[in-house]
Design a protein around this ligand. Structure first.
Ligand code: GDP
Ligand code: MG
Length: 442
């Protein structure tokens, strides 16, 4: 697997001080083979490996991480990036019901997903209605009705008078029904075929034109591997869609399809379906998928801990400086804030922080904007003011607030907080304990 291969390569890298070109090449080769084995499409693999190599070459040699950890961190970040960075949210219609149309091959999991999505929306106080616009298979309407019943969501199905046998008419009529019955979300299930097929595409795009969906979701089985890319491209050309839903992630597919589709179509993966139960469904989380593809949760945790330890050691140095009669200045204070920011954005990248213990809650509540403000204020000070904050009197505070685009009260708060932090540092230095994160707003 990818993780085994990477782990093997990184074993060889461990202990070296710096990334050599040979190290980078060897690593790139392993990542390439492993991604291909995980069914990632070749062009995607090439692009990905290229990006990782370039970043590895340009990377500053981290003081906190060994080369192996550094590369894993880069690989992880690039994966998250390609997978869409942040989780993409559903876009709701500004007026009238939000229409979500599902498209994909037969067996992809559309009908199952329709009901799961309906349940998920219901849990968010929406009032969805399901639409049976798959009139291809004899049992399709009934399957949606059974699923609808399981989740307690009504199903609009062909009836004499609403376009029996014509999926476009049924879909169109369903929107009217939704308006009459005040449903705020309409989920349109459509027919698929076993393979890509012109007639199928035509029908799907006719339904799309008739209902003008707010979101077209392309539903794809994560287990189909390399074929996922061709299918995704065919649907992009034939129907068009806004986002992707991956199904059957409870299988042992490693997520290669997610990486390929997101990279080649440029469309985000929005939802993940991972089981037969109606609740086996969630928003897609790029960071979680990245660690699934890497299968390196443990390694990522180690990386965080290494960085945390490094940061703590830096804080210790600052404390020693104090204990030795040195002075904790606003420059040191700013450096600490920047470290905290680094750790904060790390929590987002990694999506998990075992071992962070005491800092975790504080980091999650930490306001990034506040660090920006603190940084702006300190950077508006003269070097003298930063080294000797006692000299910052009223008129200096006014000047600093103007220079940093903040209020005088912000400057006051910062200066007060700095003196508190300094006191805390001094106390901790005297007590000999490891300082925490002084200056951290509660
Ligand atoms: P459709 O043809 O696209 O409507 O696909 P269906 O919803 O009928 O699903 C096809 C088969 O896949 C059914 O047997 C489903 O129970 C199964 N299925 C759908 N989603 C999942 C999933 O996330 N995990 C697993 N294990 N099976 C799924
Ligand atoms: Mg179906």
């Amino acid at each position: 697997t990818l993780s085994d291969r990477l782990a093997d390569t990184f074993k060889n890298l461990r202990g070296k001080g710096k990334l050599s070109e040979a190290d980078i090449d060897a690593t790139a080769r392993e990542i390439r083979i492993a991604l291909l084995e995980a069914d990632v499409a070749l062009p995607v693999v090439k692009e990905f490996v290229g990006a990782v190599k370039e970043r590895a070459r340009g990377a500053e040699v981290s003081q906190a991480l060994n080369p192996a950890q550094q590369i894993i961190k880069i690989v992880n970040e690039e994966l998250v990036n390609i997978l869409g960075g942040e989780t993409r949210r559903l876009r709701y219609a500004k007026t009238g019901p939000t229409v979500i149309m599902l498209a994909g091959l037969q067996g992809a999991g559309k009908t199952t997903l329709a009901a799961k999505l309906a349940l998920w929306l219901k849990d968010q106080s929406k009032s969805p209605i399901l639409v049976a616009a798959d009139l291809q298979r004899p049992n399709a309407v009934n399957q949606l009705q059974v699923n609808g019943e399981r989740v307690g969501v009504p199903v609009f199905a062909p009836q004499p008078g609403n376009g029996v046998g014509d999926p476009v008419a049924v879909a169109r009529e369903a929107i009217e029904e939704a308006k009459r019955k005040l449903h705020d979300v309409v989920i349109v299930d459509t027919a698929g075929r076993l393979g890509i097929d012109a007639e199928l595409m035509q029908q799907a795009s006719d339904i799309r034109d008739a209902v003008q969906p707010d979101e077209v979701l392309f539903v794809v089985d994560a287990m189909i591997g390399q074929d996922a890319v061709n299918t995704a491209l065919a649907f992009q050309e034939g129907v068009g869609y806004d986002a992707v839903v991956l199904t059957k992630l409870d299988g042992d597919a490693r997520g290669g399809a997610a990486l390929s589709i997101a990279s080649i179509t440029g469309k985000p993966v929005m939802f993940a379906s991972n089981g037969e139960k109606m609740t086996d469904f969630d928003l897609f989380h790029p960071d979680r998928m990245a660690s699934r593809i890497l299968d390196m949760g443990d390694m990522l945790t180690l990386i965080e801990q290494a960085e945390k330890t490094f940061d703590a050691a830096e804080a210790q140095k600052a404390a020693e400086k104090l204990a030795g009669g040195g002075d904790f200045t606003l420059t040191d204070f700013l450096a600490q804030m920047q470290q905290i920011r680094k750790m904060g954005s790390l929590t987002k990248i990694m999506g998990m922080l075992p071992g962070m213990g005491q800092f975790r809650d504080q980091l999650e509540n930490f306001d990034e904007k506040e660090i920006d403000r603190i940084q702006a204020i300190i950077q508006s000070m003269t070097p003298g003011e930063r080294e000797n904050p006692k000299m910052i009197d009223g008129s200096r505070r006014l000047r600093i607030s103007k220079g940093s685009g903040t209020q005088v009260s912000d400057v006051n708060t910062l200066v007060d907080r700095f003196f508190e932090a300094r006191k805390m540092m001094q106390q901790m230095a005297r007590g000999g304990g490891m300082p925490g994160m002084p200056g951290m707003p509660g």
